[in-house]
Ligand binder design. Structure first.
Ligand SMILES: [Zn+2]
Length: 232
């Protein structure tokens, strides 16, 4: 059935055209009234109970991790391989699933939590292998990385307009971090080559790239053009 005035296709249940309001049947002709194409009452969209799902996933993962540790303790008598597996599960849980507990994401709070969990895991590996490298090596590297990432996340959250300055600063900080990494590897692990300086290459390129971003941030016509071009 079609509207006689505007030609819109009409459902059999339609008494008048929804578009132009013209009555939808010839009064002399008998017609069948069909089922309306849409339900007469609005139904609420089904809501997934997020807390329940998270609770189940958490319990399942906790059981798996505990099983691994129990097996390990039973067969080797000490905590060995299961620490890596169970610890990995805990780390992935905090990085990927823990944010799902919250209705709104809070990256400023969740990022430090993730780094703290990773640091604890790495500390466990160090203690387990009696490596002694956590405090002189892993802690400063993880700490600096956490500081950079948390600063970037916080700045992006509260000053989204400074995205070019933030990106530029982050790139330069990453270069400095790599230089720190190289120096720490040399100091802590006594690498034989003293004059490698591989970190100079990423440091130089990251510094130049970072400065480019900062310059783009300063020169507003250039910034506007790039924003239009790349939909930033
Ligand atoms: Zn019509």
């Amino acid at each position: 059935m079609y509207c006689a005035k505007c030609g819109v296709r009409l459902a059999d249940s339609e008494q008048s055209c929804p578009l132009c309001g013209t009555r939808a049947y010839h009064p002399d002709l008998a017609r069948e009234i069909g089922e309306p194409p849409y339900p007469s009452t609005e139904s609420e969209p089904k809501r997934v109970n997020r807390s329940l799902v998270m609770m189940i996933v958490t319990i399942v993962l906790a059981i798996v991790a505990l099983q691994l540790v129990t097996f390990d303790l039973r067969f080797t008598g000490t905590l060995s391989w299961s620490y890596y597996a169970a610890g990995g599960i805990v780390c992935l849980y905090f990085i990927l699933l823990f944010p799902c507990w919250f209705r709104r994401a809070h990256p400023v709070i969740l990022t430090p939590v993730c780094f703290a969990v990773i640091a604890l895991y790495v500390l466990g590996v160090d203690l387990l292998t009696q490596g002694g490298w956590f405090l002189p090596f892993a802690f400063p590297i993880l700490g600096s990385t956490a500081l950079i990432v948390c600063t970037v996340v916080t700045l992006l959250r509260y000053t989204p307009r400074g995205v070019f300055y933030i990106t530029g600063g982050a790139l330069i900080a990453l270069g400095v971090l790599l230089a720190l990494l190289e120096n720490l590897i040399f100091v802590v692990f006594h690498t034989p080559d003293r004059f490698v300086f591989w970190s100079l290459y990423p440091l130089t390129s990251l510094f130049l790239l970072g400065m480019l971003f900062i310059v783009i941030g300063i020169v507003s016509p250039l910034r506007e053009r790039l924003k239009k071009k790349f939909f930033i």
